[in-house]
Design a protein around this ligand. Structure first.
Ligand code: B12
Length: 445
């Protein structure tokens, strides 16, 4: 029997790594189990919360180790693979994920084989090849995988307490104004793959270049997965992790929301500010939506245009209103330090917030992440220097409680859009705005 272990790294840079579930791992393990059955023994080696220096003691011997490589995890994953190769020289390491797609040559120095693009078909092929001792260095998914062909990803590889969480600090649906929602049994889920937009700060256009656009699971499959979560884990509330939670076409959105609504769960999700009409907001509310988060990024139209966000400030105002009119809590994500930012960005942002009254505002500083348009063409965005230290590519909001903010880039004084803001000024703006948000009760920490 072939022993296969899919490793999930410590994620020590996350405030609470258990707020997100390893969906990639659930998906690939489910596919392997359905195809190979008793010929394989599968495990999800969950290293979250474990100190990096002791991780090795938690990893059982396997014939094949799988890794989904994210930029922030890469250094840790290199160290794990080196230690495992030393101890179990015959085992093989297969990797996929955003960082492996971007840095194939580097990754091949560490891993034995890479999965480039969607993994459903390629993992079967690579494991078959591995069994016949013919594992290839690269497997590329050239055609688009139909995600509706596959069953819902099972979660049995983790303990029940990891999958379903509730209570203060654990519950995933904590409304700003109603504390009791934290006590609902909650989990995360994802029903889509990809994003059709090409924002210049986002890694997705690169990650998904082998499977373009956005693909959603069919309504009946969404319903089936939610019913499984209710039945096996007592789930009452779900935080959807899709970048865009609803199809971009009205009729499909209606069917999608109907399916979720029929399950009776409450949910939180993310969408674009141009996806909300009064009709959609009302349907989302009726289908159990209690919180909607939107990637607004900036209140400066110039910055929005320079990062290719393809939204307008006016659209954002309307969407916030439609959601609030339906009693849905609205949270917006904002980034400071974007190209084209005006001198008075703090004042402009505060004016926008006072006018639109979102319930919470998640404020981050820009990070230039490998594989993004900004990273590949720094001169287009007026960058003088971009830091290549991957540990500096973290973009979580509210993380500067114990740490002073720093930037991973610097603008030239004169940029294609005029005079830029200095790093000191960007950080000062961030601290000032964060303080104002805190005083107004508009941020979580
Ligand atoms: C859900 C999600 C999470 C979850 C869980 C992630 C996980 N590892 O399972 C949580 C909330 C924990 C998370 C955290 C972070 N995430 Co995240 N996340 C996502 C999100 C929204 C969906 C990923 C997902 O689960 N999709 C469903 C699965 C089934 O599809 P998939 O991941 O694409 O995997 C398929 C293929 O890529 C391939 N594949 C991928 N890896 C492997 C490995 C093997 C061995 C094989 C065979 C195949 C394979 O096969 C899969 C099936 O086809 C994506 C954006 C997106 N929509 O893709 C961002 C995204 C992947 N995340 C990103 C980032 C930056 C982060 C954080 C670093 C956040 C931060 N604040 O900075 C942390 C990293 C934590 C960590 N250690 O993993 C970036 C990655 C950029 C990069 N270069 O690394 C993305 C692309 C978002 C973005 N827009 O930039 N994330």
């Amino acid at each position: 029997m072939l022993k296969i272990g899919f490793i999930f790294p410590s994620s020590e840079y996350l405030h609470d790594p258990f707020r997100g579930d390893p969906h990639t791992h659930f998906q690939i393990l489910t596919i392997l189990e359905d195809y190979f059955g008793p010929k394989v023994e599968l495990s999800l080696i969950d290293l979250r919360g474990i100190k990096k220096e002791f991780a090795f003691y938690h990893i059982p011997e396997c014939d094949v180790y799988l890794h989904s490589v994210y930029t922030l995890d890469y250094n840790e994953q290199i160290s794990i693979v080196k230690t495992l190769k030393d101890r179990y020289p015959l085992s093989r390491h297969i990797a996929g994920g955003p960082h492996a797609i971007e840095f194939q040559e580097d990754c091949l120095k560490i891993f034995d084989s890479l999965i480039i693009g969607d993994g459903e078909e390629l993992i079967i092929q690579s494991v078959k090849d591995m069994i016949c001792l013919k594992l290839k260095p690269i497997y590329k998914q050239e055609s688009v995988v139909d995600i509706n062909q596959y069953p819902y990803p099972r979660r049995k590889w983790l303990t029940e307490s990891t999958i379903s969480r509730k209570g203060p600090g654990r519950g995933l649906i904590s409304l700003k104004n109603k504390q009791e929602y934290e006590n609902l049994m909650s989990t995360t889920a994802i029903f889509s793959r990809g994003c059709p937009y090409k924002c210049h700060f986002c890694h997705m256009p690169n990650t998904k270049k082998y499977g373009l656009g956005i693909r959603f699971r069919k309504p009946e499959l969404i319903k089936e997965e939610i019913e499984y979560l209710k039945k096996d884990y007592g789930i009452q509330a779900i935080s959807f992790l899709d970048e865009i939670c609803m199809p971009l076409n009205r009729d499909k959105t209606i069917a999608h929301l109907e399916a979720i609504g029929q399950t009776g769960i409450l949910w939180k999700a993310q969408c674009r500010v141009d996806g909300i009409t009064p009709e959609i907001a009302a349907l989302a509310k009726g289908a159990g939506c209690v919180i909607m988060c939107m990637g607004m990024e900036s209140v400066s139209q110039k910055s929005l245009d320079l990062i290719n966000k393809k939204i307008s400030v006016e659209q954002a105002k309307k969407s916030i209103r439609h959601l609030k009119n339906n009693g849905i809590e609205v949270r917006i994500y904002l980034i400071l330090g974007l190209p084209g930012e005006p001198n008075d960005i703090v004042e402009q942002t505060w004016t926008f917030i006072k006018e639109t009254e979102p319930d919470l505002v998640y404020l981050c500083l820009l990070t230039v992440r490998p594989g993004t348009e900004m990273y590949n063409h720094p001169e287009k965005f007026g960058f003088k220097a971009v830091n290549m230290n991957w540990d500096k590519t973290m973009h979580l909001h509210s993380r500067y409680e114990d740490e002073f903010p720093s930037l991973s880039f610097e603008y030239r004084e004169q940029t294609p859009w005029g005079k830029s803001l200095s790093n000191d000024r960007i950080i000062k703006n961030y601290l000032e705005l964060q303080e104002t948000l805190k005083e107004a009760g508009l941020c979580t920490r």
